[in-house]
Design a protein around this ligand. Structure first.
Ligand code: NDP
Length: 290
C-alpha cells in the first residue's frame, strides 16, 4: 500500500505536487486557505480537510507544506499539534529561515526535512524534464519517505544541516542569474545586426555555456586544495587582457557593459594583487565580507 500524503498549500506548485502523488496512487489529503482551489483535486479523488489542524492531526504519513513563504508557514501551523509528525517543508525559505524552522519543529516534537524545488510546475511528475528537489535536515526522514519524495521530481539529499537545501537552491539560482546577465549582454551586442540569425546564436550560446560550466569543478578543486593555480586552463592574466577586447566591442556595438564590468573589476583586482597565474577560485575570497 502506498504511503498517504497530506499536503498544505494548493498554489500552482502545490497543485502540481498533489496531482503527481495522486497519479502515483498515494492516498492524498489536501488543505488550502482558499478552499475553492481544492475543488478540482477533490473531484480527482483527494480528501479535502476542513482545517489545517484537522489535516495535520489525521496525517498518517508525511505532511508536505508548499506555501508562499516562511511567514505563511507560521500562520498555517501555529495552532496545530505537530508532536510525532514528519514535516516536509517545500516552501522556499532562506538558509537561516530553514534552520530556525528546524529548531521550531524540534521544540514541537516534529521531524523536519527542508526542500528547495529546482523545477517549475509543468516539470512536476515528468522525470524526463530533469527537475529535482533538494532536501536537507533529518536524514532518517528522507530515507523513510524516499520513494514517495521521488514521485514529483528527482530527490537529492544535500546534508543534515537544515539550511543546506536552501543554500544549494540559492547558490544555483544565483549562478543562473549571472548566466542570464551574460546572455542578455550577448543578445544586446547583436541587437541592431541585420542578417544575423538569433536562433543560431542561441544554439551556440547553449553549447558554449554548457562546455564552460565545467569550470565549476576546477574552482571547487582549487578551493579544496587552497592552491588556486592548480589545474588552471586559462589564467586570470590572460582572461583580463581579453576583457579589453570584450569592452571595446561592447563600445563599438553601443552596448552598456554594466552587466560585465563588476566581475571584470574583480579579475583585475586579483591580478593587481600579483595573482595573474591563478584561475577563478581567488575571486571567491575577494567577495567574502570580513
Ligand atoms: P502560489 O502563489 O501559486 O501559491 C501560494 C500558496 O500559498 C497558496 O496555496 C496560498 O493560499 C498559500 N498562502 C499564501 N499566504 C498564505 C497564508 N498567509 N496563509 C495560508 N496560506 C497562504 O505559489 P506556488 O504554489 O507557485 O509556490 C509555492 C512555493 O513553491 C513557494 O515557496 C515558491 O517559492 C515555491 N516554488 C515555486 C515554483 C514555481 O515555479 N511556481 C518553483 C520553485 C519553488 P491561497 O490559495 O489561499 O492564496
Amino acid at each position: 500500500d502506498k504511503t498517504p500524503v497530506t499536503l498544505l498549500g494548493l498554489g500552482d506548485m502545490g497543485t502540481a505536487l498533489a496531482r503527481a502523488w495522486r497519479a502515483a496512487g498515494h492516498p492524498l489529503t489536501v488543505w488550502n486557505r482558499t478552499p475553492q482551489k481544492a475543488g478540482p483535486l477533490a473531484e480527482e479523488g483527494a480528501r479535502v480537510a476542513a482545517t489545517q489542524t484537522e489535516a495535520v492531526a489525521s496525517a498518517d504519513g508525511p505532511v508536505i507544506l508548499c506555501l508562499l513563504d516562511d511567514a505563511s508557514v507560521d500562520e498555517v501551523l501555529d495552532g496545530a499539534d505537530l508532536f510525532g509528525k514528519d514535516l516536509v517543508n517545500l516552501t522556499t525559505s532562506t538558509p537561516a529561515q530553514a534552520r530556525r524552522r528546524a529548531r521550531w519543529a524540534e521544540k514541537r516534537g516534529a521531524r523536519l526535512l527542508d526542500g528547495g524545488i529546482m523545477a517549475v510546475p509543468p516539470m512536476i511528475g515528468r522525470p524526463e524534464t530533469g527537475g529535482y528537489i533538494l532536501y536537507s535536515g533529518d536524514r532518517a526522514l528522507f530515507e523513510r519517505h524516499r520513494e514517495l519524495l521521488e514521485v514529483p521530481a528527482g530527490a537529492k539529499f544535500v546534508g543534515e544541516d537544515a539550511g543546506h537545501a536552501a543554500l544549494h537552491d540559492i547558490a544555483l539560482l544565483s549562478a543562473m542569474t549571472g548566466m542570464f546577465a551574460g546572455i542578455t549582454h550577448a543578445f544586446a551586442l547583436v541587437h541592431e545586426e541585420k542578417d544575423l540569425d538569433r536562433a543560431e546564436l542561441a544554439s551556440l550560446l547553449v553549447e558554449w555555456l554548457g562546455a564552460m560550466a565545467g569550470s565549476a569543478h576546477e574552482i571547487a578543486d582549487q578551493l579544496a586544495s587552497g592552491d588556486y593555480t592548480e589545474g588552471v586552463t586559462s589564467n586570470l592574466a590572460m582572461m583580463t587582457a581579453g576583457n579589453d577586447t570584450l569592452l571595446a566591442s561592447a563600445e563599438d556595438q553601443s552596448v552598456d557593459p554594466r552587466l560585465l564590468t563588476p566581475y571584470m573589476e574583480l579579475m583585475s583586482r586579483r591580478v593587481a594583487q600579483g595573482h595573474g597565474d591563478e584561475g577563478l577560485a581567488g575571486l571567491v575570497t575577494l567577495i567574502r565580507r570580513e
